[in-house]
Design a protein around this ligand. Structure first.
Ligand code: MG
Length: 254
């Protein structure tokens, strides 16, 4: 059967008549019948255990060295490696991964100084910048008042965490982050914003939020087109926070 150009396709008529619900997003799942034994099974992954990453993760710090990291100018990483962790050398600059990433699941552990110094944003400040642009705040937010969208586990300047799941200063804390990169069109216009889910010490604190743009201080965030893959950055905010057990799993495009 053929239609002349002036007639809409058959699927439009059937959809209007309610005979064919047109839901393109669901078509991928519908190509398999329910419980189809021919449907490919997911790849096997050894899930690891406390302190040991899953088998398909890129290990960015396993406790030994900063070989996966650089300074922003490409110089060798200047932060201090100690037993099983590394510590920010205040004033040395941000740390950047040698590799680039887009969509990912990121696990990392951090601790602010055991003896707190400073108030508000000056207490144990650092940050995790997905794609070098989208910051999940690292801060000592244990009995330390600051603006809500700048406390620990906030998406800085945009979304406060749903709850404050902070541990005391000096204690190790965990972030588990699911990040989907933004997409830009050919002319650099935003097509879909970045999305982020964050668990802080196992507690959901960012629930699939749609980011407003790249992190800025004291302004509304906006997007500017960037490549599909960029390095991860850890912030030197002048406070000696520590990091350990950092791994990342790359996620497919949706
Ligand atoms: Mg910060």
């Amino acid at each position: 059967m053929t239609f002349s150009r002036r007639h809409p396709p058959l699927i439009v008529f059937l959809t209007i008549l309610g005979l064919m619900p047109f839901r393109p997003a669901a078509l991928g799942a519908q190509q398999w019948s329910v419980h189809d034994m021919d449907r490919p099974t997911p790849p096997l992954v050894d899930p690891g255990s406390a302190g040991r990453p899953p088998s398909d993760a890129v290990v960015l710090f396993g406790g030994e060295d900063l070989s996966q990291w650089r300074m922003k100018d490409g110089a060798p990483a200047k932060w201090k490696v100690e037993k099983g962790y590394f510590e920010i050398v205040p004033g040395s600059g941000d740390l950047v991964t040698a590799r680039t990433f887009g969509n990912c699941q990121l696990h990392l552990e951090w601790a602010t100084p055991a003896v707190p110094k400073g108030e508000g944003q000056e207490r144990g400040n650092s940050g995790v910048y997905l794609m070098g642009r989208y910051e999940v705040q690292v801060l000592d937010s244990y009995r330390n008042r600051t603006y809500a969208d700048g406390q620990a586990a906030a998406i800085y300047g945009q979304f406060p965490p749903l709850v404050n799941a902070s541990r005391a200063p000096g204690e190790w804390q965990e972030y588990d982050i699911v990040f989907h990169r933004p997409r830009f069109g050919e002319d650099g216009e935003l097509v879909t914003p970045a999305r982020m889910t964050v668990f802080h010490n196992g507690v959901l604190v960012q629930d699939d939020v749609e980011l407003l743009g790249a992190t800025v201080h004291g302004q509304r965030a906006t997007y500017a087109a960037h490549p599909d893959r960029l390095p991860l950055i850890l912030q030197d905010h002048g406070n000696p926070a520590r990091y350990r057990n950092i791994w990342l799993r790359e996620l497919p495009e949706r």
